[in-house]
Design a binder for this molecule. Structure first.
Ligand code: CA
Length: 240
């Protein structure tokens, strides 16, 4: 059921891009190749990957310039970036990390090492993937067995509602906009309307029942959050 993590490879040399793609596919990733910054930007505008593998030396804008821009942009700032480069100098390594890269791989590199670095970056950025069982008050979700329970009673959810609840529970108490939820839960920003989020939140609340659904709040003009602090006024039942 789990979505394969997407890796955007920004690399102008087709042979290297192909080698990386083949190895990523074998290791359970979904590679996407962009040969330059403009193509990579178009990919990022459409679908956010889980990791970006970014070559330093590219035609047009350099990897360093791209890393700085993506790190500064709200849509892409949380996507881990691993820089690839033929330059192994310490000063370049520092420049890459200063530009916001999460890690750095010097060419030539072993594909085994590359996969290990990608996994390490994903673990650091998404610790919720490691923790199978998440609990909030009387609500618990087990990502390994796809089970959700409230007060030990099983709750039946569709796959999208499950992913939505999983994301909310692993990022609890914070408000998430509809577009952030589309990015994080659906993984695609362009082809789905934001109203889709409302439809699935409504289904999720219905499946959870009165008590548990009160934990999922609509924050007017901002989005949704899950919280254990449901006392007092909230807009849960009013909107959506
Ligand atoms: Ca290159």
């Amino acid at each position: 059921m789990r979505r394969l993590p997407g890796v955007l490879i920004v690399e102008d040399e087709p042979a290297i891009a192909e080698l990386i793609s083949v190895n990523l596919r074998h290791s359970g990733f979904r590679p996407i190749w962009a040969m330059d910054g403009a193509t990579a930007q178009a990919e990022l505008d459409a679908v956010l990957p889980d990791v970006i593998l970014l070559d330093w030396m590219l035609p047009g804008e350099s990897g360093l310039t791209l890393a700085k821009r993506w790190r500064a942009h709200p849509r892409t700032k949380a996507v881990p970036i691993i820089m690839l480069t033929a330059r192994g100098d310490e000063i370049d390594r520092v420049a890459g990390l200063d530009a916001g890269a999460d890690d750095y791989i010097a060419k030539p590199f072993s594909t085994k090492e590359m996969v290990a670095r990608i996994r390490a970056v994903l673990r650091r950025r998404a610790p919720e993937m490691e923790e199978a069982v998440v609990t909030m008050g009387r609500l618990s979700l087990d990502a390994a067995t796809y089970r959700v329970a409230f007060e030990d009673q099983p709750v039946k959810l569709g796959p999208t509602e499950f992913k939505l609840l999983h994301y909310l529970m692993t990022h609890a108490e914070r408000v998430h906009s509809r577009s952030q939820l589309l990015d994080q839960v659906w993984g695609d920003h362009v082809f789905i309307e934001e109203r889709t989020v409302d439809v699935h939140v409504k289904r999720l609340r219905e499946a959870l029942g009165d008590q548990a659904s009160a934990m999922i709040e609509t924050v007017r003009g901002a989005g949704y959050r899950i919280t254990t602090q449901t006392q007092g006024m909230n807009e849960t039942s009013a909107a959506a």
